[in-house]
Design a protein around this ligand. Sequence first.
Ligand SMILES: Nc1ncnc2c1ncn2[C@@H]1O[C@H](COP(=O)(O)OP(=O)(O)OP(=O)(O)O)[C@@H](O)[C@H]1O
Ligand SMILES: [Mg+2]
Length: 329
Amino acid sequence: MDPLDITNKDRLLEMLAQRRKGQARLIDEREMNAALKQRVQGQDHIVNDLCRFIRLQWGKEQRSKPIANLLFVGPPATGKTELAKAITEYLFDDEKQMLRFDCSEFSGAEGKTRLIGTPTGYVGAGQGGQLTRPMFSNPRRLVLFDEIEKAYAGVFDLLLSLMGEGRLTEQGSGKVADFTQAIIVLTSNAENETIGRLAEQIDDPVELDSAVRSVLKEAGTFRPEIISRFDHIYVFKPLDEATRARIAGIKIARAGAEYGVTIEHIAPEIVFDILTVGEEAQDARELVRLVDSKLGELLLQARERGYESISITLDEGGKPQIVPVERQA
Ligand SMILES: Nc1ncnc2c1ncn2[C@@H]1O[C@H](COP(=O)(O)OP(=O)(O)OP(=O)(O)O)[C@@H](O)[C@H]1O
Ligand SMILES: [Mg+2]
């Protein structure tokens, strides 16, 4: 006899399934906030607002549009893609669930068919679209469209439907891709200078959001109906010195992890060096390259010697060296 025959088994299992659904649906805003800030430095104003918004949308039982349609603007290498990846990792368990499209590659008329497939009767009709296919296999994703101002007009029509109704019909198969469980992030470099000046003057995020909408509308970058589909426009700030230092710390720890080595301590002079050399480039991407070129050799040495934990100090001649750190048992 099934031990559950003493109860209304079906009802009990249904109740458990319901609870599981409910738990999966809700977001712990504080936890999400902390997780994103661990990866994305110096953009707290964005992370705070974004977590609140996504938690509210995520908690809805029914949705007729994507969880969020967000526009990220701001200078290069300030964390836009990094934040998109962090959101994906937190909400959808793996950064790889992010689907990324570089819209500069979709500036021609064929962009539309590449995204949603070729109509029936044409060559390649069975293949499906680069955007629709992955959504069929997993609709719980973040979809990132970089530099959308470069996209072909027909691609904007797709974006309108995607952001508005949360659905797109694949050409050829006629199947409908569902975006109501997805987060849509678009990035743009249009009017970056004007927006940068505004960001210096306006602190309030809501006020800044509407000022940026006006700029984009007046410049004619996007059609008004596209602009009105953005739930939020987030303006990323240039990174200050302390933020760059913290990013260097993250990159150093990650470089260690890549070689299977925990870096317990590193001489400040070495980090100072990396930061000041990278300063000329003013680009956080340069930091990654510098960390690799300055520390790669040492980290490999540590690995070759079988050290699990190390300290990176300066020798008498001022050159970086590794010292193994004994872990307390
Ligand atoms: N605010 C930040 N916090 C943590 N890491 C950052 C930040 N900004 C940039 N980085 C690091 O610098 C590199 C480039 O950042 P990212 O790809 O997010 O730039 P982006 O804002 O998307 O720039 P672009 O407009 O050129 O696409 C990444 O390795 C990222 O980890
Ligand atoms: Mg980017």
